[in-house]
Design a protein around this ligand. Sequence first.
Ligand SMILES: C[S@@+](CC[C@H](N)C(=O)[O-])C[C@H]1O[C@@H](n2cnc3c(N)ncnc32)[C@H](O)[C@@H]1O
Length: 366
Amino acid sequence: MNKVILYCRPGFEKECAAEITDKAAALEIFGFVRVKEHSGYIIFECYQHDEADRLLRKIPFADLIFARQMLLTGELLRDLPPEDRITPIIGMLTGAVNGAGDVRVEVPDTNESKELMKFCRKFTVPLRGALRAQKLLTPQEKANRPVIHVFFIAPGCCYVGYSYSNNNSPFYMGIPRLKFPTEAPSRSTLKLEEAFHVFIPSDEWDERLGSGMYAVDLGASPGGWTYQLVKRSMMVHAVDNGDMAASLMDTGQVIHHRADGFKFEPPRNNVYWLVCDMVEQPARVAQLAADWLVKGWCREAIINLKLPMKKRYEEVCQNLDLLRNSLKENSVYGEIHAKQLYHDREEVTVHIRRFWSAVPGRRDER
Ligand SMILES: C[S@@+](CC[C@H](N)C(=O)[O-])C[C@H]1O[C@@H](n2cnc3c(N)ncnc32)[C@H](O)[C@@H]1O
């Protein structure tokens, strides 16, 4: 197996390809990418045989912006016989993976694949049984073992491979299934909820998304993001010239400021979260978040960078550099991650967490 498949949002294959090529080159792993536009995945084929497995272990999945999933695979299996699709799949896996903890039969996230997905659901049951009989899969699901992926790109036509459970997306097809809360004022609410799932480990939610915390939401109207914060019993300063949903104002947890998000200053010194969904130039938004973190006005930030331009990968890289450099120049130690979430369209979401600052005089860390 010498190929790495990356799932992505259809239309972002080029960005996903540019990113994996850069990250692989940094590890001195070279290869070429197969890109079919709007297919919802790309394939990076390594020149050297064992390099794909190294790539899968060495590139932190959390560092990939445009990939929803990352797995190792071999040649495409074509024309699987309808009377026995399982034997060739087992053949591909034998010797490659042993005792995997789970199996996912998946498709690209495209409209054309919707029909195929129904087949995948049905096919999973006999496939799982056969994989267990061959000891390729453990008798019970095991979260710390590799995951087998069978990725159907057309009827009878699939890639077969595996991902490492400590370096993959835990979600089927790399997509967290979230239900739209009907009482939320906008669908954007799902972006922030997904960001919490992706960026904050669930065992840290109580500490980092806990009740009573203070948050500032820049570009808050009508309140989809504020809703997520209010739902977690936080107190929110919502900044936007537009109206906020009355249902949120009625909670008593929201103070609405009709102000410019670029000029707004936190009215208190214990704001933990800054979230920002303003439709603005990404560089302005990134700089604003950097300023907040450097000044110690918040401890963590989640910002959305809109990407209406052509060179989207380059734009994101520049903005992440801007953030990194701003923190570094001001001796602020923190971490930055960016992801194109499932609920992001022409945009990516960035999470920045400030650990400590070496510069005295800033607000104390809590
Ligand atoms: C995509 S909407 C935000 C949706 C919101 N996150 C939600 O979930 O309902 C972008 C908002 O940014 C606001 N906005 C744009 N520029 C702004 C600025 N300079 N200051 C404050 N708000 C701004 C707009 O008024 C608009 O309501």
